[in-house]
Ligand binder design. Structure first.
Ligand SMILES: NC(=O)c1ccc[n+]([C@@H]2O[C@H](COP(=O)([O-])OP(=O)(O)OC[C@H]3O[C@@H](n4cnc5c(N)ncnc54)[C@H](OP(=O)(O)O)[C@@H]3O)[C@@H](O)[C@H]2O)c1
Length: 233
């Protein structure tokens, strides 16, 4: 784990109590980055992170709570995700409208960089995953908003589209990164997605990039920063 950041500004993690979000928090803390989490349950946040993070309570439906959460942050990392076809954890509430609300409040508050998790297949309206309340379509709408909102006025974005997510330790696999949404399958670890999201805070080549990622082959990695060198637009 040779990567050194030198980055010490406040970062907000949305979806921090989720499986990918909790890896994002762990990787930020590994690099000594001050972390604020935006969560629905303080108890869940404290059980995962103790007193190592600042907690702002709220739902992604609540613009005032989001505004408090993003205030003073240099960057936002979103690992939000829907888990029900309807209600407050549905794709249109979380993956589209909630994510867009978070982007808008972040831009208003002067946040410089916004990184988010999306998914492979997100541009394919005919993908079977859209049977789950249009989840990929909702994520693509949020992606489009982020590209538009955070590519101007000194802001930047990074959008990571992973394959199926697994729960192993970070830096255990050589990765395959692609652009253009041509992949149909493949797996990758939430921990590596989290690492790539965190690296986007200080790796210049991560700015304004959208890319897919899946595992290639088992091979311990010193750093994932070099994968950003492989990306074009
Ligand atoms: N599963 C896969 O194979 C796969 C593949 C590609 C992409 N993805 C995407 O990758 C992302 C991360 O996946 P994951 O499995 O790590 O997600 P996850 O564990 O389900 O976490 C989702 C997070 O979103 C939060 N959330 C949901 N509704 C909310 C609301 N109304 N207000 C505030 N927070 C809310 C949850 O909060 P609580 O902890 O309070 O519930 C949780 O922290 C998701 O966007 C997912 O769609 C997943």
């Amino acid at each position: 784990m040779a990567e050194q950041s030198g980055y010490a500004k406040q970062v907000l993690v949305a979806g921090a109590t989720g499986k990918t979000g909790s890896w994002v928090v762990r990787r930020l803390l590994h690099y000594g980055v001050p972390v604020r989490v935006f969560v629905r349950s303080e108890e869940k946040a404290r059980s995962l992170f103790g007193d190592a993070v600042e907690v702002v309570l709220g739902k992604i439906q609540d613009a005032d709570a989001i505004s408090r959460a993003v205030s003073g942050c240099d960057a936002v990392i979103s690992a939000l995700g829907s888990s029900a076809v309807s209600g407050e954890a549905s794709p249109h509430e979380v993956d589209r409208d909630g994510a867009i609300r978070l982007m808008d409040e972040a831009a208003k508050a002067g946040v410089r960089h916004f990184a988010m998790v999306s998914s492979i297949g997100v541009t394919k309206w005919y993908h079977p995953l859209n049977l789950f309340a249009g989840v990929l379509n909702m994520k693509f709408a949020a992606e489009e908003h982020l590209r538009q909102q955070f590519s101007t006025e000194g802001r930047s974005y990074t959008i990571i589209r992973p394959g199926g997510l697994k729960d192993e330790e970070p830096l255990q696999y050589r990765l395959r990164v692609e652009q253009g949404d041509h992949l149909w399958n493949g797996w990758t670890n939430r921990s590596d997605v989290a690492e790539l999201l965190v690296l986007s805070l200080w790796v210049e080549k991560a700015a304004n990039k959208t890319f897919e990622v899946i595992n290639d082959a088992p091979e311990p990695q010193q750093s994932l920063a070099g994968y950003y060198d492989k990306l074009s637009s």
